[in-house]
Write a protein that binds this ligand. Structure first.
Ligand SMILES: C[S@@+](CC[C@H](N)C(=O)[O-])C[C@H]1O[C@@H](n2cnc3c(N)ncnc32)[C@H](O)[C@@H]1O
Length: 229
């Protein structure tokens, strides 16, 4: 199997020799590729739903990799014991789900060296959570696949600098490194924020709210950043 696009970019963030857990593994494509390429020695592939769990198990057993990949059914990090793995991938879920998975098992999280996160939405909340919980962003990647842009956040343990608020939206590393997809990323953030502002302007109550002011401020900050590119 050869991963492409988003999954290949996630695989590239896993350090050689890592003991990996892929939480929300679905078909277990990621751990299978990393074991087959001998990037990692072993993996835990976890999923909370029985359909994806069975698919992962069949796939792993079909390739006779069950000695190296342990497929487990369970919620988030509950499938792990402390110190069993050092690197966790949580990809293809909403930012709030990722945060819940991390906050529900602090004892596991505190034993990890690296988190590789790919929120489908809500990346800003994930960046804030990392910053407030003693993780710093080591690397960020933008990947475009089938017309959609994905954000990958790689974090390691350690204190993080506090960023200006708009940088939690954009991603400080993506900004500093001027990723080739940065302009498209900021344009998408601007369009999403404009849509929310317009929707709120349809209601006089919403327009009086603090949330509305926050979105208007965020929009201005994003537009200012775009002008700097
Ligand atoms: C969209 S798929 C993403 C699969 C793969 N990680 C990827 O990035 O291609 C999301 C998977 O996460 C699983 N999932 C959702 N919430 C979960 C949780 N709390 N714990 C474990 N797995 C979860 C779902 O069952 C599903 O298989």
């Amino acid at each position: 199997m050869r991963l492409v696009g988003r999954l290949a970019a996630l695989a590239a963030c896993v350090p050689r020799g890592a003991r990996l857990a892929d939480i929300g593994t679905d078909h277990a494509y990621l751990p299978i590729e990393l074991v087959e390429k001998e990037v990692i020695i072993s993996a835990v592939a976890g999923d909370v739903h029985s359909g994806p769990y069975k698919a992962a198990k069949e796939h792993v057993e079909g390739l006779s990799l069950e000695g190296k990949i342990s497929v487990r059914l369970g919620n988030g990090l509950a499938v792990l014991s402390p110190l069993e793995v050092d690197t966790v991938v949580i990809a293809g879920m909403g930012g709030q789900t990722i945060i819940e998975i991390l906050t529900n098992h602090c004892e596991i999280v505190s034993s990890l060296k690296r988190l590789i996160l790919q929120p489908m939405v809500g990346a800003a909340a994930v960046r804030r959570w990392l910053c407030e919980n003693h993780w710093y962003v080591l690397e960020e990647r933008l990947v475009q696949e089938e017309g959609r842009l994905y954000e990958i956040i790689v974090a390691e343990r350690g204190d993080s600098p506090r960023y200006e608020p708009v940088m939690y939206e954009i991603g400080q590393k993506l900004w500093d490194e001027k990723s080739p997809l940065l302009l498209l990323h900021i344009d998408q953030l601007i369009s999403q924020t404009k849509r929310v502002v317009r929707e709120m302007e349809c209601s006089s109550n919403a327009q009086k709210s603090l949330k509305y002011q926050e979105y208007v401020t965020r929009l201005k900050q994003l537009e200012d950043k775009r002008r700097c590119l």
